[in-house]
Design a binder for this molecule. Structure first.
Ligand code: COA
Length: 255
């Protein structure tokens, strides 16, 4: 059904793999359109976790530069808005989203990874926002998500210089959750995805919303929202099961 990516669901875990291997999975218009269609399938199906992967040497080496030349300001704005919309859709999914980062994770690739909830990297991964070297800036949320994740000081260094960031540095600045050997990446991601898929889906969705929305609110509004969501969890069957399992000294079985 798709040319530039594959979409598979197994045991409640959806995996979207970018397969435009020859172009290091660069995001051209066609891939972005396919990605948006795949995301809408996730919304329709009963998926509990989403994983993004890249085939070959790259996760995603950025937006497709071969489509840049001759683009008008209006066309560029439209491309940026579409990519921003798709990444927002990923961020707003009410399920945990994991980026499994095998290699180059540059420009739009890093922007997509930052729209995910968790990022696991191989020691072969390389991160960066190299747009400045092309005389442009990140246009898929990078100037906004990067400082929110790593702070303005480090974000300005990464965006101003455009240099590649090693996985070790990515870990130390909080850009990724974990770095593993290349041969361990699939199993580390699969273990994490399976654990999340077995978790209390409602509470996970609420935790995601509280963290993401709360960080954009005033402190008082944010903690008020937390109280509302916290109390909402008490009316859900997941809470009944979680608390009953604790009191009965057994493992919780969330539906
Ligand atoms: N857009 C379009 N094509 C890209 C691309 C991108 N962002 N990144 C890589 N490719 C293509 C290359 O043009 C090359 O195609 P070719 O075989 O037809 O010549 C192929 O992918 C392999 O890349 P290559 O540069 O030969 O591999 P490398 O190992 O020497 O370098 C990178 C890898 C990622 C360092 C290098 O490709 C690069 O700098 N890419 C651009 C990264 C970037 O600026 N991203 C932000 C865009 S806004």
């Amino acid at each position: 059904m798709f040319k530039n990516l594959t979409y598979e669901v197994s045991e409640g875990i959806a995996t979207i793999t970018f397969i435009r291997e020859k172009a290091l999975n660069a995001l051209n218009n066609e891939t972005v359109n396919e990605l948006e269609k795949a995301i809408s399938r996730i919304k329709e199906e009963k998926v509990r976790v989403l994983v993004f992967k890249g085939k070959g040497r790259a996760f995603i080496a950025g937006a497709d530069i071969t489509e840049f030349k001759g683009r008008t300001t209006a066309e560029t704005k439209a491309f940026s808005l579409v990519l921003q919309r798709v990444l927002n859709e990923i961020e707003l999914l009410p399920i945990p989203v994991i980026a499994s980062i095998n290699g180059f994770c540059l420009g739009g690739g890093n922007e997509l990874a930052m729209a995910c909830d968790l990022r696991i990297a191989s020691t072969k991964a390389l991160f960066g926002q190299p747009e400045i070297k092309l005389g442009i800036i990140p246009g898929a949320g990078g100037t906004q998500r990067l400082p929110r994740l790593v702070g303005k000081t480090v974000a300005k260094e990464i965006i101003f210089l455009g240099d590649n960031i090693s996985p070790e540095r990515a870990l130390s600045i909080g850009l990724v959750n974990k770095v593993v050997k290349p041969e361990e990446l699939d199993s580390a991601v699969s273990e994490l995805a399976k654990r999340l898929a077995k978790g209390p889906g409602f509470a996970l969705a609420q935790a995601k919303e509280a963290i993401d929305r709360g960080s954009e609110m005033s402190w008082l509004d944010a903690i008020q929202m937390e109280s509302n969501i916290f109390s909402l969890c008490f009316s859900h069957e997941d809470m009944n099961e979680g608390v009953s399992a604790f009191l009965e000294k057994r493992k919780a079985q969330f539906k």
